[in-house]
Structures are given as structure tokens and as C-alpha cells.
Write a protein that binds this ligand. Structure first.
Ligand code: UDP
Length: 237
């Protein structure tokens, strides 16, 4: 598969064309960003760790019947994926209160949420990814009611699968963000699943093992990601 022209550069990944109009190559860079791109640093090994971790999660989800864009690892930092027409809406599920929920509602971090909450955010850095609801998404044409219902059902199913997976590694899946796209009209999971886009805590100590270590300047960011991978048995080297 030949890597062609650079199509898009995001905050942590770059997307390249291939000779197949339906496939693109994703390059995972070491760039790490937070606060809508206002804090950016290079973290050694992060691109490789996230690329391999994402491949493991996507393969696990595919085996459980979730349609994903992931096809195969191409190198330490590159994966081949289906080219999706992305839906500009982020789907967030929370099993415990943290992050923007705590800031918005003034609740205590760590409160268990039963049932898990489901939220939508508009993917727009300039606006700080504002929270939206179904009506906004439908009326502005970002997604149809049917697409939103499917995205919600898939996100909650993914939560069930991944909550159990992380628990086996003595980790709590606190919350996560997913992005979906259309492949020949069908909803497919896109983007990535890695500790950059979820919160994971040690089950006993509640030590943070995700990008909050970067956001909060706690250090040991990539070391924590590698610990998560090791606990799930993901081979990195
Ligand atoms: N998240 C993400 N990208 C975003 C916003 C959020 O990956 O642009 C993830 C974040 O890492 C967390 C979950 O979505 O796992 C919920 O994030 P939250 O709404 O609490 O926002 P934050 O506190 O991260 O700004």
C-alpha cells in the first residue's frame, strides 16, 4: 500500500491518501495536545504506543461485532484504515464523574454514574468543542436522527465491552470520547481509542493512567500509557 499525499494534519495524527480511494494511512505523531490545542508537547514513543494500543482495541471491538475503520498496522506509527466521511460530533460516555462534567455541574470527581451518561459535543476547536444535543445536530445537518441513535447504541455497547476489558487489568474506564463516520453510507467507528481520548484509573488507588497526567502536569504520561498496555497484554516492541 503506497502512502500518497498528505490529506490532513490533526493535533496528534496525520492522514495520507493511498492508491485505493477507500483507504487512508493514519500516522500517529508524538505531538500531545490539551485544552483545544493550547498546550502542545512532543512525548517520546507516544505515537507508537497509541498506534499499537488503538489497533488492539479496534481489533477487540471488531471481534465483538462493532464496525470499525481499522484494517491493519503498517508500521510502529502507521495504520491503514477505511476512509470515512467523518461526522463532526463527539460521543462521550461517562461511568464516573470527571473533567468537564465536574467543572460544569460542580459535582465531586469520582462519583459513580448509574446508568452511564451519554453526551454529544460539536467537534470545533475554535469554539472549544461545545456541548450540543440531538436537536442541534439534526437541525444543523451534522447527523440524522437515525445516525445519532446508532452512534449512541454503538457507544454504549463499546462501553460495556471496554469496561470489562479494563477491569480485567484492574482499571476503571472513567469516560471516553468516540468519533464516527460514514463508509458507503454506513456508520463506522473512526478516529482512535487510546489513553489520549479516555480516562483510566487504577481500580484500587485511582491513580490516573491517561491524558489527565499531561493536562494536569503530573508527569510520567507515556509511562502510564505503557502501563495500561502492559496490563491488557498489548505487545509494544
Ligand atoms: N475528550 C477527547 N477529546 C476532546 C474532548 C474530550 O478525547 O476534544 C475525552 C477526554 O479525554 C475524556 C472524555 O472525552 O476522556 C470526556 O472529556 P470531558 O468532557 O471531561 O472534557 P475535558 O475535561 O477532557 O476537557
Amino acid at each position: 500500500m503506497n502512502k500518497g499525499e498528505l490529506l490532513y494534519t490533526g493535533k496528534a495524527k496525520s492522514v495520507y491518501a493511498t492508491d485505493d480511494a477507500d483507504r487512508v494511512v493514519i500516522l500517529y505523531r508524538n505531538d500531545t495536545s490539551a485544552f483545544d490545542g493550547k498546550k502542545v508537547e512532543q512525548l517520546d514513543r507516544k505515537g507508537m504506543v497509541n498506534n499499537k494500543f488503538n489497533a488492539f482495541i479496534m481489533d477487540t471491538l471488531a471481534a465483538a461485532g462493532i464496525p470499525t475503520h481499522h484494517e491493519k498496522l503498517l508500521s510502529d506509527t502507521e495504520s491503514l484504515v477505511k476512509r470515512l466521511q467523518m461526522i463532526p460530533v463527539e460521543c462521550v460516555v461517562r461511568n464516573f464523574a470527571a473533567g468537564s462534567l465536574v467543572r460544569r455541574l460542580g459535582v465531586e470527581e469520582g462519583i459513580a454514574l448509574n446508568p452511564p451518561t451519554f453526551e454529544l459535543f460539536l467537534k470545533n476547536d475554535a469554539l472549544g468543542d461545545p456541548m450540543i444535543n440531538d436537536a442541534h445536530a439534526i437541525s444543523f445537518g451534522w447527523a440524522t436522527a437515525e445516525q445519532l441513535a446508532e452512534m449512541k447504541a454503538l457507544t454504549l455497547k463499546i462501553n460495556d465491552i471496554l469496561k470489562d476489558l479494563f477491569l480485567k487489568g484492574d482499571m476503571l474506564l472513567v469516560d471516553f470520547k468516540l468519533e464516527f463516520g460514514l463508509f458507503h453510507g454506513k456508520i463506522v467507528l473512526g478516529d482512535e481509542f487510546s489513553p489520549d481520548g479516555c480516562r483510566l484509573w487504577d481500580r484500587e488507588t485511582r491513580k490516573k493512567l491517561d491524558k489527565d497526567r499531561f493536562r494536569q502536569g503530573l508527569g510520567g504520561v507515556v509511562e502510564a500509557y505503557e502501563e495500561v498496555a502492559a496490563r491488557l497484554g498489548v505487545t509494544l516492541d
